[in-house]
Design a protein around this ligand. Structure first.
Ligand code: PLP
Length: 397
């Protein structure tokens, strides 16, 4: 859903609520964004409370607030609170869902060319463990998953369709809802890696039709490092068996019998970082207070502007997709991405470098080098883009 772009005044107000906004020009939101002060405060308050009255006692005092985080996340993605599980980060959330899926020899895993490295390694591990095969779907000329190819190949022998929504190294937004319609019709479980999309796109799990979705806190949600969550729909839960249940995810009911929790919390463990969870809740509430539709429009406007400006100064923009995200990747004909990033760091401009092996199938197909990743958010200003472009011009001439 597209909303109204944030005005200059609104962006300035958001930056005033962001302690780090003016220290650096931050173009690394896809790595770890700058948190708003409400996120920092929620964590500080809880750490102080733990130090002053004890960790268990602090958790008891904050039980209602901790519970409210599930509701905030559910509101953000259009789910039920019982469909949300805490996780330390996206990969752990994804693992929890993936390894709970039943798989057997002869079944296929369907996935996409721009799949994230951690997920691809798991497919290869599942091949070793269960004897499943991996089928990487082709991409359209625009670079997104080919829906006709998916439709043609999907069948009852598919253990899971696993797709990265917004890849780590490029503008691509895969057509998640169109994929969901095909997996639903075929009755195939659908696991969406939404690590880079939740927080920058307006996401509704019912519209997408995914069964599971994994998210990290520190990127576009602007939450703490070491926070994240898994969404698992109540329809898929009975088909999942957690790989490592503990005495929180299951009740130990008899000497040799346990019962898994009936909801997504079967994927959690007893111990967790309470301050980070509360910080994540504050981050989600912050995003909701602005409106995900407005965030999505603003991020995409800034990214389009940056792509055009990079092109003007002789960079090759490597982004794919019919609609593009806030992640902008590019290369320069004469300078390596690592050198560019180092020179930007000297000028107090944050960026990152993506390694071809973070999306190896895509990198091999497109013969990608290391890329400079300059990711924007709704807090990015046109002045910061001017600063980045001036710096890159200076560095490369
Ligand atoms: C698309 C995608 N999926 C998953 C991850 C892993 O996230 P985390 O480091 O929070 O486990 C990343 C991290 O960059 C990512 O870009």
């Amino acid at each position: 859903m597209s909303g109204r772009e944030l005005s200059t005044t609104e962006v300035a107000a958001q930056r005033a609520m962001t302690p780090g906004a003016d220290n650096r020009a931050h173009f690394n939101h896809a790595g770890s964004s700058l948190p708003p002060e409400s996120v920092v405060d929620a964590q500080h308050r809880h750490i102080d409370l733990e130090a002053s009255i004890g960790g268990y006692e602090a958790a008891a005092q904050m039980a209602d607030e901790e519970e409210a985080v599930y509701q905030s996340i559910a509101t953000l993605i259009g789910a039920k609170p019982t469909e949300i599980a805490r996780a330390e980060h996206a990969t752990i959330a994804w693992f929890a869902g993936f390894w709970a899926l039943p798989m057997e020899a002869g079944q296929r895993i369907l996935t996409v060319e721009a799949e994230y490295a951690a997920n691809a390694v798991s497919f290869i591990r599942a091949k070793e463990r269960y004897g499943v095969s991996i089928e990487v779907l082709p991409s359209t000329p625009a670079g997104q998953v080919d829906l006709d190819a998916l439709d043609a190949t999907i069948g009852p022998d598919v253990a899971v369709m696993a797709m990265t929504h917004v890849p780590t190294n490029g503008g691509l937004i895969n057509p998640a809802a169109e994929v969901g319609r095909i997996t639903k019709a075929a009755g195939v479980p659908y696991l969406l890696d939404a690590c880079q999309s939740v927080g920058q796109l307006d996401i509704n799990v019912d519209e997408i039709g995914c069964d599971m979705l994994s998210v990290t806190g520190r990127k576009y949600l602007r939450g703490p490092r070491g926070s994240g969550f898994l969404y698992a729909s109540e329809d898929i839960l009975p088909r999942l068996n957690t790989d490592h249940p503990d005495h929180h995810s299951a009740h130990w009911v008899e000497a040799e019998r346990y019962e898994l929790l009936p909801n997504a919390r079967r994927f959690e463990y007893w111990e967790f970082n309470h301050a980070a969870w509360l910080g994540l809740g504050a981050a989600v509430d912050h995003a909701l207070s602005i409106g995900m539709d407005r965030i999505e429009t603003t991020v995409q406007a800034r990214a389009a502007e940056l792509r055009a400006r990079l092109d003007e100064i002789g960079f090759e923009v490597r982004d794919l997709g019919e609609n593009k995200s806030g992640i902008v990747t590019s290369s320069h004909p004469k300078m390596a991405a690592g050198e560019l990033k180092a020179a930007l760091t000297e000028r107090k401009i944050n960026s990152s470098v993506t390694d071809p092996d973070s999306t190896l199938w895509d990198a091999l197909r497109r013969d990608l080098p290391h890329l400079l990743r300059t990711s924007v958010h709704y807090t990015t200003t046109p002045e910061e883009i001017d600063q980045l472009i001036a710096a890159l011009t200076d560095i490369t001439t």
